[in-house]
Design a protein around this ligand. Structure first.
Ligand SMILES: [Zn+2]
Length: 1013
């Protein structure tokens, strides 16, 4: 037979595009349209509904950037349409692509009840089915003229990303405002032909099924009268019945589809707009659930539920009803889909505490899957946190974005640093915005790495990022692929149903040990430094506030600020969202974040001050007490307690060198700062060991050009290293003298920027403190601080949640080479047997470590570089411009325990309070430094019990005794939600009023301590 395949395929495309799709709405009449534009920020619904309208016509421009317009459409259903299905078609000026990245609307009835959201893929509002004819139509649309930030030529700098700079040019033109007849038969024919056409394109050309489908499509096209599509659509459909009824083969891949809209809690829009995005999407999804009995929808991020509850109660009522029916499924159990690289141990834990508790309190639902489809990499500390939250599964697809290495599994056990294993699934569809295209379904089946031993995968289905959700077209396509020859099978299933099936069919999945590193978006560890500092500062202040408020409550009966701490935590957790903390949002988001963090800091400082003053007693007492929030003693001040200040021991001196520069000494370290202001030598006095590699100088600031190929705020591409400028020119070098410290100040200028660094040795401290102040005015540059160390090692440690993980210093494999920029929390540590060195940081997360062998002596130089600042221009054209302060320290002779201790200290400075008390005894004390307290707080259930979270921080086994300074009645191991939990495998035993602990490497345990009496 002659091969006419491409002829039929081309015919299908043209007839669908030009004749069949337009026939879905065969008749229409225009609606009358009126508009009112809110003068500033969005207004309450009642105000928008009541505001006076002025007429506007199709073709007219509307909508300044970030504006809100209330649009009213009115009309009458023609009598002649009696018996037909009638819909309103409202096109606000949509571009067919990228729903959620442009204008959007939410439709209301005159009484203020929401109907559904409007977006490019969802422009219809059902009026009547069937119509009686003569119905009056009156609908209101709250229309948001959000500007397009990510355009067809992506990543171009734009001022549209902040209301303050976006201007007032109208962004859109009303395109279609009609009442129309909806011909469902034609619409069904469109779906039939799309499903078969897309299936056909994926089938092998030499297989019979492809030709069966092709001939059926040809017969259907023959059956259509192109001048009467509506009259012949049914006949065309009947030609397709047989090929649509042919069942899937027994070995077909099985896809659990779940309706979804991955809504970024802020990104190319501000937080306040996400509140409305969520309302639009959930209004759409609750409406779709009512129309489609098989459909199921899942939404993550408790914060987004809380937003609708607070701001759109009428939408929330529909969500509550659908959740109760089991069809709207809360997923993930986290407050937001956070970044996981940078949040502290406690913050990562609280993401789950607040997320799961919200779902339990609101819906009585506890879900068991962590749901992080879009987060930029996953730390080795996360599995234990997921398990301690009472969850057991993880879903993400983001690792499929890795640039270099293809991950070997789609379903596997992920093992964290402590040995906890979490059953993990990466949807092989490689998107969290599946739209039920044949190409996506076929890709999932082909791409699935675990074929032969497993058969199930999950497909989150619906428009995401900017919202929108699943469409009726996607549901209709999924229905046809339920059991279709040549296709994977598609069923709507809840995430838990999927995981249960996937786990049951795959009893021995492969294991991946350690972090799930995303080989992309590495610069998110550095971009928007002030957002990152605000996060770290808030985490530290929350630790202090909980510790001292709990201490004051138990000691003095002071009220514990439950509500205030709950609200502050939720604000901090929100800002850990995976486009805020990573620095990849528009300027507006980061401007607001900075102000929010400042307000939180003031509030937390006030809580801390109040609690410490209550503990210190009357300030007229005149005694100065030093409060120590860190988990280790500080000179004579116990961890978690307060004591009178003691002077640092040992003399400090600054000696001017004849060849220029200074020698700083404190009896523990001799530090040479040379004439260029660079650290030429750091000798540990006790061992005589030099820290800085011969022929190199430390604390060398280095400037690289930094213009990635895509994703400016997100990415740094490996070629940035090809060009580097060492900033060695010094403007001024000044010795600073103080009785208990030796310090030098170095001032430099480069490009349009200046930097002043202060290098300080303090009495009694084996640590060189480096404070850096940069007035940064560069464009597309990367600033690093380099520490070339005389250490020979194949690996180094970087702190993560509840421990540390190791990464290679070499690039043996493509997996090692891809980690050219990585995350640390408060320290990076490297050692040779018997001697090590730590670099600690107050708020710098990005770093790189490289190795070189010296010609002079054959020794190895291992260079650690902290990533201080970048200057990308998208999406915030002025990213990081202005004044920044950073604090780092070099700790020679440090074992891993020293790195842990100094890491805590740099973020938790002493606080001095004048009062009448002689001291404040800590509520709890531990007798082993490897056992670190990560939180002391009162129980959230307001029982007055004390919650203490402890982890083993050294990576070894640790035994210890936890004692309390008050009579202890009992200690119960708990999960993160403070519920009794037998999940811990370490030993927790109460003996003689104390708690004996024996923990595995990196094991964490949460204890609920009840007081006697
Ligand atoms: Zn996202």
């Amino acid at each position: 037979m002659h091969d006419d395949r491409t002829l039929v395929e081309s015919r299908l495309k043209r007839v669908l595009d030009e004749r069949i799709r337009p026939a879905v709405y065969p008749e229409s009449v225009p609606l009358e349209v009126g508009i009112w534009t809110a003068p500033g920020e969005p207004v309450p619904v009642a105000e928008g509904l009541a505001a006076p309208r002025t007429p506007i016509a199709v073709g007219d421009a509307w909508g300044a950037p970030w504006g809100t317009s209330w649009i009213t459409v009115t009309g009458t259903v023609p009598k002649a349409w009696a018996g037909r299905t009638v819909e309103a078609l409202i096109d606000l000026g949509f571009d067919a692509n990228m729903p959620g990245f442009q204008c959007e609307g939410l439709v209301y009835r005159p009484d203020g009840t929401p109907v559904k959201g409007l977006n490019p893929q969802n422009q219809w509002v059902r009026i009547a089915a069937p119509a009686a004819g003569g119905e009056q139509v009156l609908l209101h649309v709250e229309a948001a003229s959000n500007p397009v930030i990510l355009d067809y030529h992506p990543f171009l700098p734009t001022e549209l990303g902040d209301k303050d700079t976006a201007g007032d040019q109208p962004q859109y033109k009303l395109t279609r405002m009609d009442l129309a007849v909806f011909d469902e038969t034609v619409w069904q024919l469109v779906i039939d032909l799309e499903v078969l056409g897309e299936l056909m394109a994926e089938l092998p050309v030499d297989g019979a099924r492809r030709w069966d489908v092709l001939r059926a499509v040809e017969r259907a096209l023959d059956a259509i009268d192109l001048q009467d599509v509506n009259g012949t659509a049914a006949a065309a459909r009947s030609e397709l019945t047989d090929v649509l009824a042919a069942p899937a083969v027994p070995s077909a891949h099985r896809i659990s589809a779940i309706g979804h809209a991955h809504i970024d809690s802020a990104w190319l829009w501000p937080l306040r707009e996400t509140v409305r995005k969520v309302a639009r999407t959930t209004a759409n999804m609750t409406a779709l659930l009512e129309d489609e009995p098989d459909f199921l929808y899942t939404m993550s991020q408790a914060q987004q539920f809380a937003w609708i509850k607070e701001h759109r109660p009428e939408v929330y009522a529909r969500v509550q009803k659908a959740v109760a029916e089991g069809r709207f499924v809360p997923a993930g159990g986290m407050w937001v889909e956070s970044d996981t690289n940078m949040p502290s141990s406690e913050a990562m834990a609280r993401q789950f505490v607040h997320g799961k508790r919200f779902f339990l309190d609101e819906f009585g639902v506890e879900n068991h899957e962590a749901w992080l489809p879009d987060t930029f990499g996953f730390t080795g500390g996360l599995p234990q946190i997921i398990r301690n939250a009472g969850s057991k599964w993880l879903l993400t697809q983001k690792i499929s974005w890795s640039q270099i290495n293809k991950f070997p599994h789609h379903t596997f056990l992920w093992e964290g640093i402590d040995g906890t294993r979490i059953f993990t699934h990466f949807p092989p569809v490689d998107t969290y915005n599946c739209s039920m295209k044949g190409s996506e379904i076929a890709h999932a089946a082909r791409n699935f790495k675990d074929k032969g031993v497993a058969r199930h995968s999950l497909a989150p289905t619906g428009w995401g990022d900017g919202g929108g959700g699943t469409t009726r077209e996607m549901v209709a396509k999924a229905g046809r692929m339920k059991d279709l020859e040549g296709s994977a099978t598609v069923r709507w299933e809840k995430p838990a149903e999927f995981f249960a099936k996937a786990e049951a069919e795959y009893p021995n999945p492969p294991v991946w040990v350690g972090e799930l590193y995303l080989e992309l978006h590495r610069a998110t560890l550095t971009s928007q430094a002030k957002t990152k500092q605000g996060n770290r500062r808030s985490e530290n202040l929350l630790r202090e506030a909980e510790l001292w408020c709990a201490t004051a409550s138990l000691r003095t009966g002071a009220a514990y600020p439950y509500e205030q701490l709950d609200r502050i935590w939720k604000t901090v957790l929100l800002h850990q969202f995976h486009d805020i903390l990573p620095g990849s949002s528009i300027a507006w988001v980061h401007r607001e974040a900075e102000a929010t963090y400042a307000a939180l800091a003031a509030e937390l400082d006030s809580l801390i001050d109040g609690a410490q003053q209550a503990l210190a007693g009357d300030s007229a007492g005149g005694r100065e007490l030093v409060f120590n929030s860190a988990p280790h003693p500080r000179s004579v001040v116990p961890a978690g307690g307060a004591a009178p200040a003691a002077l640092g021991s040992g003399a400090c001196e600054v000696i001017e060198r004849p060849e220029g520069g200074f020698l700083l000494r404190n009896g523990l370290l001799d530090v040479v700062v040379d004439a260029d202001g660079l650290v030429a030598s750091v000798v540990e006095v006790a061992s005589g060991r030099e820290t800085v590699a011969p022929g190199t100088r430390a604390n060398l600031l280095q400037l690289h050009p930094d213009f990635p190929n895509m994703w400016d705020a997100w990415d740094v591409d490996q070629f940035y290293r090809n060009t580097v400028t060492d900033l060695t020119a010094v403007d001024a070098l000044t010795a600073l003298s103080a009785p208990d410290q030796a310090a030098v100040r170095v001032a430099r200028s480069f490009g349009s920027s200046t930097v002043v660094q202060t290098l300080t040795l303090r009495a009694g401290e084996q640590r060189l403190d480096i404070d850096t102040e940069v007035d940064w005015h560069e464009t597309e540059k990367f600033l690093k601080a380099a520490f070339p160390l005389d250490v020979h090692t194949e690996r180094y440690a970087a702190e993560t949640q509840f421990g540390h993980l190791y990464r290679p210093t070499h690039t043996n494999t493509s997996w090692d080479a891809a980690k050219f920029e990585a995350c640390n929390h408060r320290f990076v540590h490297l050692d040779e047997p018997g001697w090590g060195v730590a670099l600690v940081t107050a708020s710098t997360y990005g770093h790189d470590v490289t190795r070189a062998v010296r010609d002079t002596d054959g020794g190895t130089t291992t260079t650690v570089r902290f990533s201080l600042l970048r200057a990308p221009r998208f999406p915030d054209p002025k990213t990081d411009q202005g004044l920044h302060r950073f604090r780092h320290a070099l700790v020679p002779g440090a074992a891993i325990g020293d790195a842990v201790r100094e890491g805590y200290r740099i973020g938790l400075p002493e606080r001095r309070v004048t009062g009448s008390a002689e001291q404040v005894a800590p509520l709890v004390q531990l007798d082993n430094d490897a056992l670190v307290v990560s939180a002391v707080k009162l129980a959230d259930d307001r029982s007055g019990d004390l919650i203490v979270r402890v982890y083993e921080a050294g990576g070894g086994r640790a035994r210890g005794l936890l004692t309390t300074s008050y009579p202890l009645a009992g200690a119960v191991p708990c999960d993160l939600l403070e519920r009794p939990w037998d999940g811990t495998r370490g030993e927790v035993a109460v003996e003689d009023g104390a708690v004996r602990l024996a923990l595995r490497p990196f094991e964490l345990v949460t204890l609920r301590l009840s007081a006697a009496g």
